[in-house]
Design a protein around this ligand. Structure first.
Ligand code: PMP
Length: 286
C-alpha cells in the first residue's frame, strides 16, 4: 500500500516527497513541529497539541499555514489515506523557502509537511521491565518551551543513550537539576508518595501528556508537586517514569545503570499508565 506525505497542499508518495534546498527549516531550523498520537484511528490530546503548535508558531512570529479546522481535516485525510490505526502524525511548519539570509524573508509562504507512521503503542515487555535512562548535561538553548525543529542537542543525547543501551537521556541543568528527557518529561515519586515533575517554564517543553497526567492525578486526589529535582533525588526515589505522546507513561527502572528502588516499575507509574491509556481512548480522543 502506498504511503503518502502531505506537502504544501499535495498528497505525495512518501518516497518522492520533498521540500526545496533553500527551505528555512533545512537551512536554519527555522520552524516548529508537533507529534500527535493516533490510537484506534483517533487522535489523542489533539486540542492540547494544536494549542501548543499555535503557541510555538506565535513565538517564531509565524502564522498558521491554514485555518486550524482545515489543518485538522488534512490530518484526518492523511491518516485515512495511510490507514493508520495506531501510530503518530508528525506536522512540521517552517518559514518557507527563500534565498539564504538570516533575517525573515519579506514574502515567503510557510512550508507545511505532514507524515504518519505506524507504531506499537503498547510495548508490553518494555512497560513490564521499565526502561533505562542515562544523565547528560543539558546543552540546549534557553527557549525549550518552543517545540522547535532545532533538535541537535537531543540528537546527540539520544545517540549517547542508545550507545549506553538506554532508552532515554535525562538532561541536567547547571544547578544539577533534571530538566527533562530528550523527547519526554521526567517524573519521580518521592519516599512519601508524592508525584514530582519539573515546573513548566522556558527550561522545559511543557508536554501535553505531562499536562494530562497532572490533570488525571488531580482528579484522582493524588499529591503532586511541580518543581525541579536533582539526579540524586531521582536515584533515591521510590519510582521514576517518563512521559510523552508516544510512550504515554513509561516506567524508568535504572538511572545511569543503578536501579531505582527495587528496579521494577512502581505501582503509581503502572496506575498512571493505565489512567492515561483509558483517557487516550476515551475523553482524550477525537
Ligand atoms: N520534552 C521534550 C524535549 C520533547 O521533545 C517531548 C516530546 N515532544 C516532550 C517533552 C513530551 O511532550 P508530549 O507529551 O507533548 O509529547
Amino acid at each position: 500500500m502506498p504511503r503518502y506525505a502531505y506537502v504544501n497542499g499535495r498528497y505525495l508518495p512518501h518516497d518522492a516527497a520533498g521540500v526545496h534546498i533553500e527551505d528555512r527549516g533545512f537551512q536554519f531550523a527555522d520552524g516548529v513541529y508537533e507529534v500527535v498520537t493516533i490510537q484506534g484511528g483517533r487522535l489523542v490530546d489533539e486540542a492540547g497539541h494544536l494549542d501548543r503548535l499555535g503557541r510555538s508558531l506565535g513565538e517564531l512570529r509565524l502564522a498558521w499555514p491554514m485555518d486550524r479546522p482545515v489543518l485538522q481535516q488534512v490530518m484526518r485525510q492523511l491518516i485515512r489515506r495511510n490507514r493508520v490505526r495506531d501510530g503518530i502524525i508528525y506536522l512540521q511548519i517552517t518559514r518557507g523557502t527563500a534565498a539564504r539570509d538570516f533575517r525573515f524573508p519579506e514574502a515567503a509562504t510557510p512550508t507545511l509537511v505532514m507524515t504518519t507512521r505506524r507504531m506499537n503503542l503498547d510495548p508490553a515487555r518494555q512497560v513490564a521491565a521499565g526502561v533505562d535512562v542515562v544523565t547528560i548535561p543539558d546543552i540546549r538553548w534557553k527557549r525549550r518551551d518552543i517545540k522547535s525543529v532545532a533538535l541537535l542537542a537531543q540528537v546527540l543525547g539520544k545517540q549517547q543513550a542508545a550507545e549506553a543501551g538506554a532508552f532515554e537521556a535525562w538532561q541536567i541543568d547547571e544547578e544539577g537539576m533534571v530538566t527533562e528527557g530528550c523527547s519526554s518529561n521526567a517524573w519521580i515519586v518521592t519516599g512519601d508518595g508524592r508525584l514530582v515533575t519539573r515546573d513548566a517554564s522556558t527550561m522545559i517543553l511543557n508536554g501535553i501528556t505531562r499536562q494530562s497526567i497532572l490533570r488525571l492525578a488531580a482528579e484522582q486526589g493524588l499529591q503532586f508537586e511541580e518543581r525541579a529535582f536533582t539526579v540524586d533525588e531521582a536515584r533515591r526515589a521510590r519510582e521514576a517514569f517518563l512521559s510523552s505522546a508516544t510512550t504515554y507513561v513509561m516506567p524508568v527502572t535504572r538511572i545511569d545503570g543503578r536501579p531505582v528502588a527495587d528496579g521494577k516499575p512502581g505501582p503509581l507509574s503502572r496506575k498512571l499508565r493505565e489512567s492515561y491509556r483509558s483517557y487516550a481512548v476515551g475523553a482524550g480522543a477525537s
